[in-house]
Write a protein that binds this ligand. Structure first.
Ligand SMILES: Cc1cc2nc3c(=O)[nH]c(=O)nc-3n(C[C@H](O)[C@H](O)[C@H](O)COP(=O)(O)OP(=O)(O)OC[C@H]3O[C@@H](n4cnc5c(N)ncnc54)[C@H](O)[C@@H]3O)c2cc1C
Length: 468
């Protein structure tokens, strides 16, 4: 038996940060990875969110020398695919003026392959003094008097200590500790994706500073495309409860789009790899800890309830878990009751703030891009009617506006119930019940905003002066 203060199962982003923070606090720490190196088994590509740079100072040290695939995702394109499977328009977006910090003002995500990023991150943990055991599958939890006391690996080696479950979506630690046997079907998504390689110069020439795309469609669940320095991913997913056909049927539909095929040709892209992953995606994490056990990252179900960003939540929950572990170990109390502190700690972070509106965010997302036949089938044509209809020379513009209004009216029996069911609860959760009447009552809105009143008065005075 080897004795440690903290045992971390998994060396993904969550595991490496847990191991680093733990070693930095002077705790004797070991972390395990079943792959020959961190990231080997976690081949899903990733967009790293800017909050990682804001909240983890060492992120500024990440360079293309460490991660040759690194590419900033400055702009995101949203393709809208209609009921006939044609791209009927797109919107390109960049970080907006309301964004408050760098580098979030410069890019939306920094994209790189996990096979490069995870080993880079793990080195911060080993540099801090944590022991990393690669090529080692942790197969079970040790128990004393029915309570978890440590772990056992595939070779039968035993380790005692407080256990951090950082072992991803299919978490052995969650199962063996009795926290969760398996995900409910509506808590977990399945995500197939293709990885294509293409010459970096082609990506630069063709995509410019675009490095992300979402394909919104009436015929398949929202698909994402992420560009790296020398290739891209195209993938899609949905909750287990949704699929009528094999997920590959829908992914192949995206790849078969004329528009997509054209992109493949222009980029000289060639398929390189195919991957399928499970991704927990839920409105509210629960059952995050037991006696002597804390779950972090995917193991605890922490990906963002809206966009399933999971790397930053894994890192943040890792930090909260170690802060909790430090207090528990020094109090010599690793009971579930003491570890309730973990929930208080992660809820006080940016991740906790996200989950305050988690159920509403998850619900609207399920109902919109992930209910393609039910919702996107009217949403895409309605949106394109509004955006595309105005810029049309087929009739005088006033006639066009009347034509568009008549057409949009046809979509209202779908749109209004959707707004009542999904949009209003979300807005209420974000703005607070007390502010909701401001949205529907212009007089109350003006009264609540003196600057609005002043601006309206000023604009009338300025108009009068111009006319004179
Ligand atoms: C297709 C796809 C695309 C995604 N894109 C993004 C994105 O763009 N941005 C983003 O932020 N998030 C993204 N996510 C989510 C993100 O990948 C996860 O949320 C994140 O990896 C969670 O980190 P983690 O450390 O909790 O777990 P993981 O990254 O899953 O790491 C778990 C580690 O534990 C190891 N392990 C598991 N079991 C054992 C065991 N018994 N013994 C030893 N080792 C073990 C695994 O090999 C692995 O290295 C995506 C997910 C998918 C599926």
């Amino acid at each position: 038996m080897e004795n440690y203060d903290v045992i971390v199962v998994g060396a993904g982003p969550g595991g490496s940060i847990a191991a680093r923070e733990s070693a930095k606090k002077g705790l004797k720490t070991i972390f395990f990875e079943r792959g020959r190196k961190p990231g080997e088994k976690n081949s899903s590509g990733c967009g790293l969110g800017p909050r990682m740079w804001r909240d983890f100072d060492f992120m500024t040290e990440l360079t293309p020398e460490d991660c040759p695939s690194l590419r900033p995702g400055a702009a995101a394109r949203n393709y809208l695919v209609n009921n006939d499977g044609e791209v009927s328009g797109y919107l390109m977006t960049k970080p907006t003026d309301s964004v408050t910090y760098e580098p979030a003002r410069s890019w939306i995500t920094m994209n790189c392959y996990r096979s490069e990023f995870d080993p880079w991150l793990a080195k911060y943990a080993t540099d801090a003094g944590a022991v990393l055991k690669t090529s080692t599958l942790v197969t079970g939890l040790l128990k004393e008097n029915g309570k978890v006391s440590g772990v056992i690996d595939e070779k039968g080696n035993k380790y005692s200590g407080l256990v951090i479950g950082a072992d991803g979506a299919i978490s052995m630690v969650a199962r063996e500790s009795g926290l969760r046997q398996r995900w409910e079907q509506e808590q977990v998504t399945i995500v197939p994706q293709y990885d294509f390689e293409c010459p970096p110069s082609k990506i630069d020439d063709v995509m410019g500073d675009e490095a992300l795309a979402v394909w919104w469609s009436a015929t398949f669940p929202a698909a994402y495309q992420v560009f790296f320095n020398d290739g891209f991913h195209i993938g899609l997913g949905n909750w287990m409860t949704w699929w009528e056909k094999n997920p590959m049927h829908y992914l192949n539909q995206v790849v078969a789009l004329k528009y997509f095929q054209r992109q493949i040709r222009i980029l000289e892209a060639k398929p390189r790899e195919f991957q399928v992953h499970l991704l927990p995606w839920q409105g509210q994490p629960h059952d995050t800890h037991a006696d002597n056990v804390i779950l972090i990252g995917d193991a605890g179900g922490f990906p963002c309830p809206l966009e399933a960003e999971g790397i930053y939540p894994a890192m943040v929950t890792a930090r909260a878990a170690i802060e909790t572990a430090v207090e528990a170990i020094s109090a010599a109390d690793v009971s579930k009751e003491f570890l309730n502190l973990y929930d208080a700690k992660w809820r006080a972070t940016s991740v906790g703030e996200e989950f305050k509106t988690g159920p509403e965010l998850a619900s609207i997302w399920k109902a919109l891009p992930f209910s393609p036949l039910k919702t996107m089938s009217w949403f895409v044509p309605m949106l394109m009617e509004i955006i595309g209809g105005i810029f049309d020379w087929s009739e005088p513009h006033a006639v066009r506006v009347r034509q568009i209004a008549r057409r949009v009216k046809q979509y209202l029996p779908n749109a209004i119930p959707f707004i009542m069911r999904e949009v209003i609860p979300l807005l209420t959760a974000i703005l607070g019940e007390e502010n909701m009447n401001l949205l529907t009552d212009p007089e109350k809105l003006i009264a609540a905003m003196p600057e609005l009143e002043e601006a309206i008065a000023r604009s009338f005075v300025e108009n009068d002066m111009e006319e004179k």
